[in-house]
Design a protein. Structure first.
Length: 454
């Protein structure tokens, strides 16, 4: 057993030694491979570095060549600049000499050139603003080129200048109808027939229009003139070319028409009176209505009284004289004094009916100017308040309040004058009726007194 155990032990020892020898050999081979790889990498890096060094040296040579070329180009450009500078100075001298020669050669033609340019420049504005350009646009382009020209005009250009002036003069004496786009107040643009009256006005079937030279368009007026002026437009458009009709011409080529749009109408003036103006108008209407009613009533009463005078023996209750005659017939047996008193009493009963409303007219006539004065005071208060708040820099801020002050004063006077006249008419009519009643009453009393004496 001992021999067997020893045999196993020797075998195990031999096995371990053989495994250790194998591992040492494997490690040696790995190290050799690593060493070989390091050597190869060193050789590759050396080649790469050498290639990069060669490339750098090559590029360095190229850069130097480029630098040398740039220096040569710079020197060439400097030389060229000096040469061109000398040529420019020489050309300036030559140009001045040539201009002097040109001026000497032009002689009186130079003066004509100046006249043409000046005339063209002056004519551009007038022709562009002319309403003839509404029918014949583009006439100022030739003049604009002549005004900007720096050389002598040709014969054709001089003819164009002549034609432009001649066209303006000829068309200013004509009445022409043409179709053109006309802007509406609503912003729409419609094609309409436009009639041009010389170089003064443009009209359509809707009234006057004006030519906007800045936008080269035909635009309507914000407000047309009075109806009697517009009537002349209708007469002009409806007449034949061989007939003559009166027409209102604006010699300022639309300036007066434009100012007319800023002029307030009667209705606008009335609205400027504000609340006080409305009250004065209401008083005028009330007073006029009362005066009209009373005047018509007194006319009817006067007619009935005249009819009653013709038929004094048959008194009627539908008129004051008839009622007075009834009092007489009812008191025939009274003495003169009592009868006179009875008739006076009857006249006094009739007087309030005849004079009804007349004093109201007189009161309204007195109140109207006082209200106008009130409006004036209110307007001035508001004016000074505006001055306090906004100063006097903008007169338009104060214009409304000043209009209130002036318009209410005018409305007060306008209302008072007809009311006073109406009061005088109605009062005179009532007094004439009362005079007839007094006259008839006195006649009745006189006749009754004669009967008593008889």
């Amino acid at each position: 057993m001992k021999k067997l155990f020893k045999g196993f032990a020797v075998a195990a020892a031999l096995t371990v030694s053989a495994g250790a020898a194998l591992n040492a050999h494997a490690n040696t081979e790995a190290l050799d491979k690593i060493l070989e790889q390091v050597k190869q990498n060193r050789i590759s890096e050396g080649k790469i570095n050498k290639a990069r060094e060669q490339e750098f040296l090559s590029e360095r040579a190229d850069k130097q060549a480029l630098l040398n070329k740039a220096k040569r180009d710079l020197a060439a450009e400097k030389a060229r600049g000096e040469r061109l500078n000398k040529e420019f100075k020489q050309n300036e001298i030559t140009l001045a000499d040539k201009e002097t020669e040109l001026v000497n050669a032009q002689g009186t033609l130079g003066e004509m050139f100046g006249v043409v340019r000046r005339s063209s420049a002056d004519a551009i504005g007038s022709i562009e603003a002319s309403i003839v350009s509404a029918e014949k646009p583009g006439r100022a382009e030739v003049l604009r080129s002549l005004a900007a020209a720096k050389e002598l005009p040709t014969t054709r250009e001089l003819e164009e200048l002549w034609i432009a002036f001649q066209t303006e003069m000829t068309e200013s004496a004509k009445t022409s109808t043409f179709e053109a786009e006309v802007a509406e107040l609503s912003g729409d643009i419609n094609v309409k027939q436009v009639t041009r009256i010389g170089n003064f006005n443009l009209v359509t079937k809707d009234g006057y229009v004006v030519y906007d030279a800045e936008n080269k368009s035909i635009v309507p007026l914000g407000k047309q003139p009075a109806s009697n002026v517009i009537a002349t437009v209708s007469d002009l458009l409806n007449t034949s070319a061989s007939n003559y009709v009166p027409f209102v011409v604006d010699p300022t080529r639309g300036a007066i028409l434009r100012l007319n749009t800023q002029k307030a109408s009667v209705e606008e003036r009335w609205h400027q009176g504000d609340t006080v103006g409305y009250i004065i108008t209401a008083l005028l209407a009330l007073g006029a209505l009362i005066a009209l009613v009373r005047f018509l009533d007194l006319m009817v009463v006067g007619a009935k009284i005249k009819s009653q005078i013709k038929n004094a023996n048959n008194p009627s209750d539908n008129n004051p004289l008839g009622r007075i005659l009834k009092v007489y017939h009812d008191n025939k047996n009274q003495d003169v004094e009592n009868l006179e008193l009875k008739l006076d009493e009857a006249i006094l009963r009739e007087t309030p009916r005849i004079e009804a409303g007349i004093n109201i007219i007189k009161i309204l006539a007195a109140i109207a100017p006082l209200l106008g004065l009130l409006g004036t005071v209110v307007g001035m208060i508001l004016t000074f308040e505006s001055i306090t708040l906004f100063g006097t820099g903008d007169p338009k801020i104060m214009a409304g309040n000043i209009s209130l002050a002036l318009v209410t004063t005018a409305l007060g006077l306008i209302a008072a004058l007809p009311l006073i006249l109406l009061h005088a008419i109605v009062a005179g009519r009532s007094k004439s009726i009362l005079h007839i009643l007094d006259e008839q009453s006195a006649g009745i009393v006189a006749a009754h007194a004669e009967k008593e004496k008889a």
